[in-house]
Every structure is written in C-alpha cells, then in structure tokens.
Unconditional design. Structure first.
Length: 93
C-alpha cells in the first residue's frame, strides 16, 4: 500500500475557485470591525500616515484618501476644475 503524499486535514488551495479558508482568517473575520468614524480608526490612520513619509522617502505631505481610486479621481477633478473648463482625457483600457 502506498503512503499518502499529503497530510490529512485542511489545506490552503491557491486557485481562483472556491478554496478552503485558513483558520486564522476565519478567526479574524469573527472579530468586531473598527468603526471607520471612531477614535481607534483615527489613531490607526494617524499611525499609518506618520509611517508613509519615511516609506516613500519624502518630506512632502502624504494624503490618505478614504475612497476607491474612482472616488479619488472624482474628488480631484471636481476640486480643480470649474464648469466650462476643457479637459483632455486619455483612455488606457
């Protein structure tokens, strides 16, 4: 009789279909999330922001924008353009 090539139990399968979820992820998902308007989230944001300047090796202001990339683009355009302005837009796919 041949030996099994893998140990019995749960395995982490990295394919695009349904996969087993590791126990540590399941445990993390059972915890209460941080309120994005609460003081703990604000403290986390301040810690992240403080560490971004050295990470990017800059002395310039670093901004965290709490939205999707589309939201950031919309905010930047709506805050820099006025009605009637002409815009050249490049489509990249």
């Amino acid at each position: 009789m041949s030996k099994p090539s893998r140990k019995a139990g749960r395995h982490f399968l990295q394919i695009p279909g349904p996969t087993p979820v590791p126990d540590r992820i399941i445990a993390s998902m059972s915890k209460q999330i941080l309120d994005h308007r609460g003081p703990e989230f604000q403290k986390l944001g301040q810690r992240v922001l403080a560490n971004l300047k050295p990470l990017f090796k800059t002395e310039q202001p670093v901004i965290i924008f709490p939205a999707s990339g589309t939201g950031a683009w919309e905010a930047s355009l709506s805050n820099t353009l006025s009605p009637g302005d002409h815009v050249l837009m490049v489509e990249t796919g």
